[in-house]
Design a protein around this ligand. Sequence first.
Ligand code: GLC
Length: 746
Amino acid sequence: MMRIKILLTLILFTTFFYTGCKNQLLSDLIIYENKADSIINLMTIDEKIGQLSLFTSDWSTTGPTMRKDYIDLIKQGKAGNIFNAYTVDYVKDLQKIAMEETRMHIPMLFGYDVIHGHRTIFPIPLAQASSWDTAAIEKAERIAAIEATAEGLNWTFAPMVDLARDPRWGRVMEGSGEDTWLGGLIAAARVRGFQGSDLSDKSSMLACVKHFAAYGAPQGGRDYNTVDMSERSLYEWYLPVYKSAINAGVASVMTSFNEIAGIPSTSNKWLLTDLLHNEWKFKGFVVTDYSSINELINHGVAVDLSEAASLSINAGVDMDMQGSAFVSHLDDLVKSGKVSEETLNSAVKRILVAKYELGLFDDPYKYCDKKREKEEIMRPEYLDFAREFAGKSCVLLKNEKGTLPVREDIKTLAVIGPLADSKADMLGFWSAAGQWEKCVTLLEGINNKVNGTVKILSAKGCNVNDDNTSGINQAVSVARRADFVILALGESKEMSGESASRTDIDLPGVQIELARAVIRTGKPVAVVLFNGRPLAIQELDEIAPAILDAWFGGTQAGNGIADVLFGDVNPSGKLTMTFPRNVGQIPIFYNTKNTGRPINPEKPYEKFKSNYLDSPNTPLYPFGYGLSYTSFKYSVISLNKTGFQKDDHITASVDITNTGDRDGEEIAQLYVYDLVGDVTRPLKELKGFKKVLIEKGKTVSVTFTLSPSDLSYYHTDMSFSFDPGDFELFIGPNSSEGSSVSFSIL
Ligand code: GLC
């Protein structure tokens, strides 16, 4: 009886506590909105427009800089927000201008692209996603927020959550890959990391989910290019990742440069008002991407900047990033009635509320704490975690005959390649305030690891991306003197990221010639790949005994990779984006449809089937793929039932045995296939994963739970629901392997 009483008390307390928190947030919002209204009533139209304007300082510009007079604009009350400015001294100087030299004394937001770390740089987001470790991802963003706020920042233009199925697009490095469900989990983790549990905490900063919407689907994989897709694809695959960030409480949204089906996102009223505010109930504010209002003229939907400004604010844009569109034309637009005073005031209110939520009105200098700035940057524990995360993000793509980890008895090790000792490249693109000179290169990490017990030779062999082969012979002679060779190959950091699309995604330059020559020596060779995207490395895969994908691992890259190469860390990463065999297969992703003429895997080139004459349909490495230094055996799947009603759920279990000689983490994945739908359904959809540590020789049971709502999809009438019917359920190590069982929704 007592136990029941305790349980009831706990349930009641939890319910009241949760409801209380929710009510508290709601009451705070109402208080802030009332306060904002009182300020708005005192503001001139120019001062209101100033709050809707965001200008870059001239520290690190991320686009075409159009104005150098941002300090005058602050004084005139025309710049209510600044980006690309940090350090306590600089932020304090600028904030003082807003607080002491303007009439309204409204504190400014200070934004920056804190994408994968601020000073301590973590692996690029696509690498982090390969860890499938949402707790680690959240922790990395939390550290980034602590460092960024310690240097005066209170707003980050992250997380970038754009679903991406085309590796020619350079910004795939910035997201979580090709799966909507996993991308949504990661998006929410990133928002929690940046915003913390209380936005008014001095280590919390506004997050900004971007780029809304579907920026990751440009035709040809060419950055900023046209996006055109069905409404169903938009809803089924591309929109849910943004919705996950909204549900996690993200404070702001950034519009994307691209159009969707003829309507640029920055002037898309359905997207920014009907969907975002009215249907999704988003309470935060909308900022444009860099000068994307001005780009409405190039898009051909606005005759001039005045019309562009009118279109965007009437569509639901609140803040103009760097375009000077609002500050130049909004005054006249309001006076002429083309933009209502109500629209203007609503935009100002959303931005003032965000400043209240941060606590900026209580203390405009709360992020200007010299003591925090001194104590919170690149703390040893942050660097330790960066090293751990660099290792966790590595994906072992090939390891013939146990080439890796490096044998303990070697006497001489050669480290060869254009990325063997490149500090700057370890940061990856979007490295914020990261300092390349503090990065640990692969060569340095290996030297740190062996600590003089092994002779280390090195040679560059060739450059990353030119046709100079003059260094290859010297590299070969170095390889001949070694017992083991590490080949450091891949892209430079500038070959992915913004404005970095590629039509050929194989190894650049003459690196494959270097690889052929070194591998021909017959020495044991392991390739360490540095890349910001999936690479079509078909020949390298054929000739290299081992390939470890290290992506761009950040400040501690070299140490993290060395931990894996020498076996102190057993690689556990798995791809969240498919690696194609060749560019011709793109777009290629795991959750494809069966089509009316599916191939028979036994006869991949059979005529009149959906295939190619010159390539298999299968990828080089599939979504969810990654090897370990140990091996895992999956049992058959057991279901607690094979049929369930709409208000029921099903559990699926497997036993996974570590059949190798070392402990290891395994990411078991669950996929489902809806055999017959109201519309065609993908052959596989990721609906669950478990990352489990399994000691050598041991067996762990892993259980997944599925409810019918997990199987909902958009029907012909775009209603989102599930149907009775038959399904296949797969559990395995990646999207291409694993056993299956059948079940039904009755
Ligand atoms: C860039 C990017 C965007 C970034 C912004 C500010 O053009 O598209 O992701 O946040 O400008 O730097």
